[in-house]
Design a protein around this ligand. Structure first.
Ligand code: PMP
Length: 344
């Protein structure tokens, strides 16, 4: 797909929308005295508005990812990016496509934009049914959400299938790589330039351990980044989030060590859980969580709650009957989970 075709996918009113101009972006040069933004003057470290373009944070993430900082935009969690991307491309009645069971926000964002949510269920082994998906799209189709590794199944999608879908879908493909820090070698980021219709989203919430600060990133062509910057709230990444995120990004070794520990813990759960009577099947995972089919998931769910252990019930999702999603925690937490399941 050529860049000019991407323009045709954007809601036409946004192409001429002028973004909000923040006080500090209206001058160039030295700034000793700042009386331009109706801020409080006491220098507490949080009295000034943040940089709307998160320049320093983009440089830090770009350096870590080996990616052009000018093609990054941050969201208040990647949740916010899901909503923004939907609103850039979808008029009421346009279609977005996703492959359940998958992350729930794609559907919510479609609902907010009054877009049609077209679901093509993943196959029972959670691979993509390519032909069925292709048969479902048409000239109303604007966005295809691909989640790899997928939540809640935990598997990564086949790279050749992802590439084929990015090349053939007639709209924007968003590859949600929220769990990519657990399998960085599978990221499509190094190849983003090959695909003008591709947006990749990632987050500091998972491998980086920063769900509380709300910081997600989108990577895309300069035109799509420009659209995201046009519609986003000017100060969506606050100074506290920025400071904590910069500190984390300056210590990638800490993140990598924690990711390795969690992968080891997930593997331990994969070894120990099948020894239990209540477990029927563990779906292969490359993430920090497991989707597990139990003989009776309601009973297990309640038993875990009775032991003050909370997991996520996925049994209402397509192809996930009797399934619970369990996150790998600290070693002691996982021991407690296993112990509770042994006493069922
Ligand atoms: N994508 C996927 C696949 C997720 O599982 C999640 C969170 N559970 C998100 C995006 C959103 O993450 P955040 O808003 O914390 O960046």
């Amino acid at each position: 797909m050529a860049n000019k075709d991407i323009k045709n996918l954007v809601r036409p009113n946004l192409l001429t929308l002028k973004a909000y101009s923040s006080a500090r972006s209206e001058f160039k040069g030295r700034a000793d005295v700042l009386l331009d933004a109706n801020e409080s003057p006491w220098p507490t470290g949080r009295n000034r508005y943040p940089d709307p373009l998160s320049t320093e944070l983009r440089q830090a993430l770009g350096a870590f990812k080996n990616f052009n900082p000018d093609q990054i935009v941050f969201g208040n969690g990647s949740d916010e990016l899901v909503d923004q991307i939907t609103r850039i491309f979808c008029n009421a009645g346009d279609a977005v496509h996703a492959l359940p069971p998958t992350f729930g926000m794609y559907k919510v964002a479609a609902g907010i934009a009054d877009a049609e949510f077209r679901a093509t269920n993943l196959a029972p082994d959670f691979t993509i049914p390519v032909e069925e998906l292709k048969a479902s799209w048409d000239d109303r189709s604007k966005i295809l959400w691909l989640c790899s590794p997928n939540n809640p199944s935990g598997n990564a999608m086949d790279s050749a299938v992802l590439e084929d879908l990015i090349r053939t879908f007639p709209g924007i493909v968003v590859l949600d790589e929220a769990y990519i820090d657990f399998v960085p070698e599978l990221s499509f980021l190094p190849r983003l330039e090959e695909f003008p219709n591709l947006i990749i989203t990632q987050t500091l919430s998972k491998g980086w351990g920063m769900a509380g600060i709300r910081c997600g990133a989108a990577f895309a062509s300069p035109f799509i980044i420009q659209m995201l910057n046009t519609i986003k709230m000017p100060y969506n990444i606050n100074v506290l989030t920025t400071g904590v995120a910069l500190e984390a990004l300056s210590k990638p070794e800490e993140m990598k060590a924690k990711v390795s520990t969690l992968i080891e813990e997930r593997k331990r759960l994969e070894r120990e859980l099948p020894k239990l009577d209540c477990v029927e099947y563990i779906f292969p995972s490359v993430t920090n969580f497991l989707l597990i089919r139990f003989k009776d998931s309601d009973k297990v769910y309640q038993h875990l709650l009775d032991n003050a252990i909370v997991v996520r019930n996925q049994s209402y999702q397509p192809n996930a009957a009797n399934c619970l999603r369990i996150t790998a925690g600290l070693k002691e937490e996982n021991d407690r989970l296993l112990e509770a399941l042994r006493t069922l």
